[in-house]
Design a binder for this molecule. Structure first.
Ligand SMILES: [Zn+2]
Length: 235
């Protein structure tokens, strides 16, 4: 998957020029525009957000199976994010929570269970439930090769979006919400060996499912993405 951003150095010269780079799991990218400007670009985004974005691109292009698979993986990584968030909220050191996570690294059910327990302890209530029909669709797609319809994939996208949004809404009530978010992002950057730069110019772009970048209304968000990409094959 490739992202386009405006070249910051061309903008300095009052020119519009897009620079393209291929997205992977890392956060730091060396980019070079057609005018020869070369510098480092930081993608300030959590893994669950990037996976959701990948899902939206797949949905826009009509790859419904790949879309649902990406949304389901985004959900699992979101549980990891929540585990980190709530652990940090309870002042658990990063090394300790990483060690505990390592013991359940291969089981999404265990990971969800760990998140549910922390959520219960923190809020004294059950976390939002995931309907059996949503779990079934995820399993049918990932394990049995089901190719969902556009409507099924879009509904699944909506469910994951609203699940994530509602939980982040709850977290945001804490006054140190942004401090913890930044701390998790910092851990993510520093966990990447290649995250070092000697570039004299660094630019940054964020994708956020939550906050100022994205509408909190799913349908408006999807409409915005469809319009900006102009690649919605169903219209
Ligand atoms: Zn340039």
């Amino acid at each position: 998957m490739r992202f386009d951003v405006e070249c910051a150095m061309c903008m300095d010269e009052n020119k519009e020029n897009k620079v393209t780079f291929e997205v992977s799991n890392k956060s730091l990218y060396r980019v070079k525009c057609s005018e020869g400007h070369e510098y480092d670009h930081v993608l300030s985004v959590e893994l669950f957000e990037m996976l959701y974005e990948v899902g939206i691109y797949a949905l826009i292009d009509g790859y419904t199976r790949e879309a649902v698979s990406s949304f389901a993986t985004a959900l699992e990584r979101f549980h990891q994010y929540c585990f980190k968030f709530l652990s940090k909220y309870h002042s658990v050191p990063s090394a300790v929570l990483d060690g505990i996570w390592e013991t359940m690294n291969r089981s999404s059910e265990q990971q969800a269970g760990a998140f549910h327990s922390l959520y219960m302890v923190t809020f004294k209530e059950e976390p939002p439930k995931i309907k059996g029909s949503k779990k079934q669709l995820r399993n049918d797609v990932i394990h049995y090769g089901k190719i969902p319809s556009q409507e099924q994939a879009t509904n699944y996208a909506k469910f994951v979006f609203e699940y994530i949004r509602d939980i982040l809404d709850k977290f945001s009530k804490y006054e140190n919400f942004n401090v913890i978010r930044m701390s998790i992002m910092y851990d993510y950057f520093t966990s990447q060996q290649e995250f070092s730069t000697s570039s004299s110019r660094i630019t940054m772009m964020g994708i956020s499912l939550y906050g100022v970048v994205t509408e909190k209304d799913f349908n408006k968000s999807l409409d915005t993405m469809i319009q900006s990409n102009s690649r919605w094959i169903y219209t």
